[in-house]
Design a protein around this ligand. Structure first.
Ligand code: WTA
Length: 677
C-alpha cells in the first residue's frame, strides 16, 4: 500500500451524512415495515406498529417491566451492576465497584470493574454447575452436530457440565505441561467442534489469554495475529467440514508459524489422518487423555485478561481488543439471561462462529455461565439443502435461536417451503445480530420461523462492547428493524459532532455515556487506538455507527460512520482489503468501498490503478481476486473491481472513499472542498 494511503486511512473524517451510509437498499424506518411489495401481510400487524409479545412469552419473562428496570438502573448503574455481579461466584470480594479514569493528554482512559476482587470465569461457567449437589451436574452443556456426510449420516456429541469440566481440566493441564503460564497468549484456529470452547475455557482456567482466529482467515492473516499476540502455543484442528468439502486448517497453521520462533508448540486436534511432526506438534486428544482431569481454576484478579480478539478498524492492521475476566462475566451472563429469557430447560442455539465476538460472549461464556444447554452445529446453512437449519431446530427442539440478518436473508431467498417442512414449534425466542435487519427479513423471520408467536430480539453491540448494549427483552414490544433501547445499566444516545443529542428521528453518532462491565480494557499494544473511541466526541464512547433514536426511544442503526464495511455481518476494514490489493505486483494504488447488497448487507467494490506496463483483462481480474483470497480471506474478496486511471484524493494525498461511494450510489458526495481534482 502506498504510504500516503496508509497514513491517511485512520484519519479520514467519519461519514456523518446518513445519505451515504451502508444500508440504502433497504431503508430502515417505521415506514419501511410494510415489507416487500407483494408480500402477504394480512396476518401481521399494520405498518409502523410495535409488535407486542404473546401471552406465553410474558408468563416466562425474567424482566416483566423493562422500562422500570432501565430507569432504576440508570439512577445508580454501579449498584445495579454490583447486584448482577453478586449472582456469580468470586474467590474474593471487590473493594470498589468501578474505577473510571478519564483520558488525559498523558494517558488513555482506564477502567476497572470490581476492583481488587478475585475470580475466574470458568469457576462460574463450569465448577458452579458441575460440583456435587448441583442440579446441573449431569445436564448437557454442549451438544454438537456435524454436517451430514455423503450417506446422510450425521455425527453427534454431547458433554454434560461434569464431563466438560473434566475435559477442560485435562486441556488446562496439557497447556501447563507445555509451559503456558498466566498471561501467556495462545492462538486458536479451529473448526466448530466442542474442542474449540474446551480450548478457550482451558486457557481461561489457568489465566492464559486466548486469541481465537476465525477459520476463514488465510495463512497470512493468521500469521499477523499470531505475531501481534506473540502466542507461545497454537491450538488447531487439522480439518473442518463445510458443504461436504474438507477445509485444511492445519496447512494454514504450518504456513503461518513458519519463522515464528516464539511459537513453541502446535497442539493439533486431529479428525483426519494428518501426520504430526513430533518435534513441534502434539496430538490434542492423546495428550488430553493422558492428563489429569483435576485442575483448580486459577485465582485471578478481576481485571486479568481473558482474551484478545482481533477486529477490523480503519487501518490495514486489525486491532487486538482486550477483555478481562470479572466485568465480562457479569456483562455477558446478565444480558444473555434477560435478552433471551433463558430457562433451565432451554436448548439454546447461536449460529455464530466462535471466531467472532458473538461466539465468545454468546456461544461460550454467557450461556455456560448461565448453565444453558448450548447447541453447536458445524457446516453451512444450505447443505445438504436449505432446510438444514430448520431440521436442526426440529431435531433438538431448539427453544432459542440466535442468528444474523445475512443468514435470514439468504434462507428467505430459498423460499418458504423449506421452513414449512419442519416443526419449529419449540422456538420461543428468536435473535438477530451483526448488522441492521431490514424489515422485510424481520417480517419473514417473524412469520415463517416464529409463526408470529416468538419475539425477535435484535441485539446491537460490538467486539469492543463485549456484551449486548441496545436490545429488547422478550416481554417488550419490538419494532422491525430497530434493536430497541439501551439495556438496563447502559446509557446510550445519538449525538452530533459536538456531543449534543440530536432530535428524535435525526441521524447522528451512536455513543455510550458511561462505562459498563463487559467493555474492552485496551487495544493490545496500541493505547492510541484505544483512546480514539473517546476522542471523536470527547469523553463519550463513540461506537463508530450512525444511528437515529425515535420519539419512543427506539434506536435504529444505519451503518458504520467510518471506513469499516459490514459484509454478511463480518467487519472488514477498507484499508485491510486495500493493503491486500496493493501487495499484488501489478497494482499501484487501490481504494475500496462497501456497496449495499440485498443479501450480504454490503458487498465490496474496489477501484485499482495498475502499474505501468499492465493492462486490464479478465485473467488479471481473476488473479487479483485469488490474491486477496490468499492474503486475507474469501469473505474479503471484492465482488467488483474497476480498473481506473486515477482516484479522488485530498490535497494532502488521502483517498476520499466517500466520493467514490457517493458516485457509485448516485448521491451527492457532501463536502468536497478538500478534493484535489
Ligand atoms: C454492527 C458484532 C445493527 C454495527 C456483535 C457494529 C449491528 C458492528 C447490530 C460491530 C445490530 C452489530 N443492528 N448493526 N443488531 N449488531 N451491528 O464487532 O455496525 O463484529 O458497530 O460485533 O456491527 O461488529 P462486531
Amino acid at each position: 500500500m502506498s504510504e500516503t494511503n496508509r497514513s491517511g486511512a485512520d484519519s479520514q473524517p467519519p461519514i456523518a451524512d446518513p445519505q451515504i451510509v451502508s444500508n440504502q437498499v433497504s431503508p430502515i424506518g417505521a415506514d419501511a415495515a410494510a415489507g416487500a411489495p407483494g408480500q402477504d401481510l394480512s396476518s401481521l400487524q399494520k405498518q409502523g406498529e410495535r409488535y407486542a409479545p404473546a401471552e406465553a412469552v410474558l408468563r416466562r419473562a425474567h424482566v416483566p417491566d423493562f422500562d422500570a428496570l432501565r430507569q432504576s438502573s440508570i439512577a445508580d448503574p454501579e449498584t445495579f451492576w454490583s447486584n448482577q455481579a453478586r449472582e456469580l461466584e468470586w474467590f474474593a470480594p471487590w473493594t470498589e465497584i468501578l474505577q473510571w479514569r478519564e483520558r488525559t493528554d498523558a494517558a488513555p482512559p482506564q477502567v476497572q470493574w470490581f476492583v481488587g476482587a478475585q475470580c475466574n470465569i470458568t469457576a462460574n461457567a463450569l465448577d458452579r454447575h458441575a460440583r456435587e449437589g448441583s442440579a446441573r451436574r449431569n445436564k448437557v452443556a454442549l451438544l454438537w452436530t456435524g454436517e451430514p456426510d455423503a450417506n446422510g449420516k450425521i455425527a453427534e456429541r454431547a458433554f454434560t457440565y461434569g464431563q466438560l469440566l473434566r475435559r477442560v481440566n485435562q486441556c488446562a493441564n496439557v497447556l501447563k505441561g507445555l509451559g503456558v503460564q498466566a498471561g501467556d497468549r495462545v492462538t486458536l484456529y479451529m473448526a466448530l467442534t466442542p474442542e474449540l470452547p474446551i480450548a478457550m475455557l482451558a486457557c481461561a482456567r489457568i489465566g492464559a489469554v486466548h486469541t481465537v482466529v476465525y477459520g476463514g482467515f488465510s495463512a497470512p492473516a493468521l500469521k499477523s495475529r499470531i505475531e501481534d499476540s506473540e502466542s507461545k502455543v497454537v491450538i488447531c484442528t487439522d480439518i473442518g467440514y463445510r458443504r461436504g468439502k474438507v477445509i485444511d486448517l492445519k496447512g494454514a497453521v504450518d504456513e503461518a508459524v513458519r519463522g515464528l520462533d516464539f511459537v513453541q508448540r502446535v497442539l493439533v486436534h486431529r479428525r483426519g489422518d494428518t501426520t504430526l511432526d513430533e518435534s513441534r506438534e502434539t496430538d490434542f486428544d492423546s495428550a488430553l487423555d493422558a492428563a489429569s482431569s483435576e485442575c483448580e481454576a486459577a485465582r485471578l484478579d478481576s481485571e486479568a485478561p481473558l482474551f484478545f480478539l482481533y477486529t477490523s478498524g480503519t487501518t490495514g492492521k486489525p486491532k487486538g481488543v482486550v477483555h478481562t475476566h470479572g466485568g465480562y462475566m457479569v456483562g455477558t451472563s446478565y444480558t444473555h439471561r434477560i435478552c433471551f429469557d433463558l430457562h433451565d430447560d432451554d436448548i439454546y442455539w447461536c449460529t455464530a462462529d466462535p471466531g467472532w465476538i458473538t461466539g465468545h460472549s454468546y456461544v461460550t461464556y454467557g450461556p455456560l455461565i448461565n448453565g444453558a444447554t448450548v447447541l453447536l452445529a458445524e457446516g453451512a446453512l444450505d447443505f445438504p439443502d436449505a432446510g438444514r437449519w430448520w431440521s436442526v431446530i426440529e431435531k433438538y427442539g431448539v427453544n432459542i435461536f440466535y442468528s444474523t440478518p445475512t443468514a435470514i436473508r439468504a434462507l428467505m431467498r430459498f423460499g418458504d417451503e423449506f421452513p414449512a417442512k419442519y416443526d419449529l414449534s419449540s422456538l420461543r425466542v428468536l435473535g438477530s445480530v451483526g448488522e441492521p435487519i431490514n424489515p422485510e427479513a424481520w417480517l419473514w423471520f417473524h412469520k415463517n420461523i416464529g409463526h408470529e408467536q416468538t419475539p425477535i430480539v435484535d441485539t446491537w453491540w460490538q467486539t469492543e462492547t463485549g456484551q449486548f448494549m441496545i436490545a429488547t427483552v422478550p416481554s417488550y414490544p419490538t419494532k422491525p428493524g430497530s434493536p430497541g433501547k439501551p439495556l438496563p445499566g447502559i446509557e446510550a444516545a445519538v449525538v452530533d459532532k459536538e456531543g449534543r443529542e440530536v432530535e428524535p428521528g435525526k441521524g447522528g453518532f451512536l455513543i455510550i455515556k458511561k462505562p459498563w462491565p463487559g467493555m474492552m480494557r485496551a487495544i493490545y499494544k496500541d493505547p492510541e487506538r484505544y483512546e480514539k473511541y473517546w476522542t471523536l466526541i470527547p469523553g463519550l464512547y463513540a461506537a463508530g455507527d450512525v444511528a437515529t433514536c425515535d420519539e419512543d426511544g427506539y434506536f435504529r442503526v444505519m451503518g458504520r460512520a467510518d471506513d469499516v464495511m459490514n459484509v454478511s455481518g463480518y467487519r472488514i476494514g477498507t484499508a485491510e482489503v486495500e493493503s491486500a490489493l496493493v501487495s499484488f505486483p501489478a497494482i499501484a494504488e487501490a481504494a475500496v468501498i462497501g456497496k449495499p447488497d440485498p443479501v450480504k448487507g454490503e458487498s465490496i467494490k474496489a477501484f485499482v490503478i495498475l502499474r505501468q506496463g499492465h493492462e486490464p483483462s479478465d485473467e488479471l481480474l481473476q488473479q487479483v481476486k485469488q490474491h486477496v483470497r490468499e492474503e486475507l480471506s474469501p469473505i474479503a474478496v471484492p465482488g467488483e473491481i474497476d480498473f481506473v486511471p486515477s482516484l479522488p484524493k485530498t490535497r494532502s494525498g488521502k483517498i476520499m472513499r466517500r466520493v467514490l461511494k457517493a458516485k457509485e450510489l448516485g448521491v451527492e458526495p457532501g463536502d468536497i472542498s478538500t478534493l484535489e481534482d
